[in-house]
Design a protein around this ligand. Structure first.
Ligand SMILES: [Zn+2]
Length: 404
C-alpha cells in the first residue's frame, strides 16, 4: 500500500507545493510567513518551496514580477508573493467519437473558459484538428488571455497512441486518423507544445486528481462510451505499456459476445458493453433507433430492455475486470464514460462478476465505483496532463488526500 520512502517524500513535497499554491490562490498575495500560517507548514519548508516555484517562474515577488529571486532572503522585510498567472495556463482538448471539448485553466487547475461542439471525430483528423485549433483560440479569447501565457496543451484522443511516433496507433479504431501525428499537427496549428494521450488514460488521471479515485494509488478506469477503453494508473502514474496501447480492454473477447467488431474480431467486449452497442440493442427492442442520451433516460425510468442490457454489460465488464484484478491487483475500479450515469446498475453486476471470477484476495481489495466527473473527465484529464507533465512547469501534483 505504502510507496517507497523516496516516493512518499516526493508526494509529500508535491502535496505541500499544492498547499502553498492554494494558499496564494485564495489570497491573491501573501508573505512567506502568512503562507506558513495558512498551510501549517514550517517557515523553512515554505521558503524552500517558494524558492523552487520562483525558479520555475510560477511565483513572482512584490512589484518586481519579472525579477529573479534566488538565494536566502533572511533579514529583509516581508515580501509579498503572488502567483504568476502568465506562467501557468494550460489548455485541454478532448476528442470524443462524437464531440470536441476545449478548456483553458490556470496553474491552480481552475477552469477559466470552456466550450464544445458536436463533431464526427472518426471521420477526418484534419477536420477535427482544425476545429480544435479554432476552439482553442475561442477559449483563450473568452478567458481574455494570450497564447503566450499557455505552457502547454493536453490532448485526448479516443484511440491508442504510439509512444515512439506519436501517431494514432490503430487503423481500425480511429479510421480517419491513420498515421496522423496528432500532437505534431496540433502543435503546428497552435504554435504551442502539445501532449497527447489516450482518452481513457486522461479519464483515469482526472478521476485520480479530482474524482472517485482520490486517495487511491492503483486505479483501473473503464471508459464506457462509443467505445470501451481502460486507463491504468498504478503507484499514482499512468501505465502506457511498451508502445502506448495498454488498456485496450474493449477488444478482448466477451463471454457472450457474438457480433463482429469494428476491429475485425468477433465478440469483443465493446460489442456488448459500449454505450453504442447497448443503445443499438435497445433500439431493436423498441423498433426505433435509440441514442445514448435516450438509453440513459430509459435506464433511469427502469425500462426493461435497457436495464437488462446494462446489467449484462456490467457482468461482462466484471469478467474482463476479474482477469485484470488477478494480474494487477487494483484497489479501485472506476466506471467512467457515458454509462457512468447508470451508477449501481452497472457497478453492482461488475463487482459480482469480479467476486465470482477473480481470486478472493484480489476481489476483496477492490471497490467498483462510478466516475463522478461525467463527460468532462477526459477534458479535465487533458488539463492535468499539462499541469503534471514531468517536463512541465507546475508539478504541484494532484491534490491527494492528506494523511492523518
Ligand atoms: Zn474489437
Amino acid at each position: 500500500m505504502e510507496s517507497a520512502d523516496s516516493g512518499s517524500l516526493r508526494s509529500l513535497r508535491e502535496l505541500n507545493r499544492g498547499r502553498v499554491i492554494d494558499a496564494l490562490r485564495g489570497r491573491g498575495t501573501a508573505s512567506r510567513a502568512e503562507i506558513a500560517r495558512a498551510t501549517g507548514l514550517s517557515r523553512s519548508t515554505v521558503s524552500s518551496i517558494v524558492s523552487d516555484l520562483i525558479e520555475a517562474g510560477l511565483l513572482a515577488e512584490g512589484a518586481e514580477a519579472t525579477g529573479v529571486a534566488h538565494g536566502e532572503s533572511g533579514g529583509r522585510p516581508p515580501v509579498l508573493l503572488s502567483l504568476n498567472p502568465s506562467a501557468g495556463l494550460a489548455v485541454g482538448v478532448d476528442f470524443g467519437h462524437t464531440h470536441l471539448r476545449v478548456a483553458v485553466s490556470d496553474l491552480s487547475h481552475e477552469v477559466l473558459a470552456e466550450t464544445w461542439r458536436e463533431l464526427d471525430v472518426d471521420h477526418s483528423a484534419e477536420e477535427g484538428l482544425d476545429a480544435a485549433a479554432e476552439l482553442v483560440h475561442q477559449v483563450l479569447n473568452e478567458a481574455k488571455v494570450g497564447r503566450k501565457a499557455v505552457i502547454g496543451v493536453g490532448m485526448g484522443v479516443p484511440g491508442p497512441i504510439n509512444r515512439a511516433t506519436g501517431a494514432v496507433g490503430s487503423s481500425s479504431i480511429l479510421p480517419g486518423w491513420v498515421g496522423v501525428n496528432a500532437s505534431a499537427e496540433l502543435e503546428q496549428r497552435l504554435g504551442l507544445p502539445v501532449h497527447v494521450e489516450n482518452d481513457a488514460n486522461l479519464g483515469a488521471l482526472a478521476e485520480f486528481v479530482w474524482g472517485s479515485g482520490r486517495g487511491h494509488r492503483n486505479i483501473v478506469y473503464i471508459k464506457l462510451s462509443s467505445g470501451v477503453g481502460a486507463g491504468l494508473l498504478f503507484g499514482g502514474r499512468l501505465h502506457q505499456g511498451a508502445g502506448g496501447t495498454a488498456g485496450e480492454i474493449g477488444h478482448t473477447p466477451a463471454m457472450n459476445g457474438t457480433a463482429i467488431c469494428r476491429c475485425g474480431s468477433r465478440g469483443c467486449l465493446e460489442t456488448v458493453a459500449s454505450a453504442r452497442a447497448i443503445a443499438e440493442q435497445v433500439g431493436v427492442s423498441r423498433g426505433e433507433p435509440v441514442t445514448t442520451k435516450e438509453l440513459l433516460e430509459l435506464t433511469a425510468a427502469a425500462d426493461a430492455a435497457a436495464t437488462r442490457l446494462i446489467g449484462e454489460a456490467g457482468r461482462e465488464i466484471g469478467v474482463a475486470l476479474a482477469g485484470l484484478c488477478n494480474l494487477l491487483n487494483p484497489d479501485c475500479v472506476i466506471i467512467g464514460g457515458d454509462l457512468s450515469a447508470a451508477g449501481e446498475l452497472i457497478t453492482e453486476p461488475a463487482l459480482e462478476s469480479i467476486r465470482r471470477y477473480a481470486i478472493s484476495s484480489a476481489a476483496e481489495q477492490v471497490t467498483v465505483v462510478p466516475g463522478v466527473l461525467g463527460d468532462r473527465a477526459e477534458l479535465l484529464g487533458a488539463l492535468a496532463l499539462v499541469l503534471q507533465a514531468p517536463d512541465g512547469v507546475l508539478g504541484s501534483g494532484p491534490p491527494q488526500e492528506v494523511a492523518a
